[in-house]
Design a binder for this molecule. Structure first.
Ligand code: UDP
Length: 235
């Protein structure tokens, strides 16, 4: 089957790695997620991955701590997650290379567009840790940024819901799911799908985002083959 995309940037929330607890690492959940990534990779699509940090720490909900410091701790959490996802993929036989946005050469090389493209051309999955390297940003924005930087065709936002709804589907049984949406509507209606910075960056650079449920990790491979497994946000 023909592939819809040549290169994708996949965002996996930190919370997803924690399984039911949403905290730390849950081995069976990580096996399942990375198994899904492997299936997509075997189709021949180039893959970059940004992992969040919410299973360990989120700067915005850190209480009294000074925000930029709290965000530094959050960014370090995303590096831990990047290393763990890379390791899990390697255990499954998928070659990877980790890059960080904060220099820590003993841990992994610093991100450059050139090295990330080289890694993906070599058939490796590029795993990006450290978010954007700046406080007050999110890993959604980091994914959008890396996607634009490495000229990805699409950003995949794998979440805990199966798409974007007009209201919270957990609270309202009559909530309606969108198959497609424009960035303008996401921004105007403040739909809780991604932060405004990420949405604006994608809109300005014509990078579509597919929002879908990671509970079924086969969704990644389905989406790569063009199936709309969630909500496609574009324009
Ligand atoms: N973070 C940051 N700058 C970035 C990306 C992340 O400061 O560019 C920090 C921020 O504190 C954030 C935490 O890292 O709360 C974890 O990232 P995020 O909340 O996006 O993770 P997720 O909720 O997707 O697991």
């Amino acid at each position: 089957m023909a592939l819809k995309y040549k290169r994708i940037l996949l965002k996996i929330s930190g919370e997803a790695l924690g399984g039911e607890k949403g905290m730390g690492f849950d081995e069976p959940t990580m096996d399942a997620i990375c198994g899904g990534v492997k299936k997509a990779h075997e189709l021949g699509v180039q893959i970059g991955i940004v992992v969040g940090g919410g299973n360990f720490w989120r700067g915005r909900s850190s209480g009294k701590m000074e925000r930029t410091l709290a965000d530094k701790i959050g960014m370090l959490a995303t590096v831990m997650n990047a290393l763990a996802v890379s390791d899990k993929l390697e255990q499954l036989g998928v070659p990877t290379e980790v890059f960080t946005s904060i220099t820590m050469p003993q841990v992994a090389p610093a991100f450059t567009r050139k090295d990330a493209l080289r890694a993906m051309d070599e058939g490796k999955i590029a795993v990006f840790g450290g978010g954007t390297g700046n406080p007050f940003f999110s890993t959604d924005t980091a994914t959008a940024l890396r996607a634009v930087e490495v000229s990805a065709d699409v950003m995949f936002k794998a979440t805990m819901v199966d798409g974007v709804y007009d209201k919270d589907p957990h609270k309202y049984p009559d909530a309606k799911k969108y198959d497609t949406l424009t960035f303008t509507k996401v921004l105007e209606d403040q739909l809780a799908v991604m932060d405004g910075t990420a949405a604006t960056l994608c809109r300005d650079n014509k990078l579509p985002i597919l929002v879908f449920d990671l509970a079924d990790p086969d969704n990644i491979a389905r989406a790569v083959q063009g199936e709309n497994v969630g909500t496609l946000v574009y324009e």
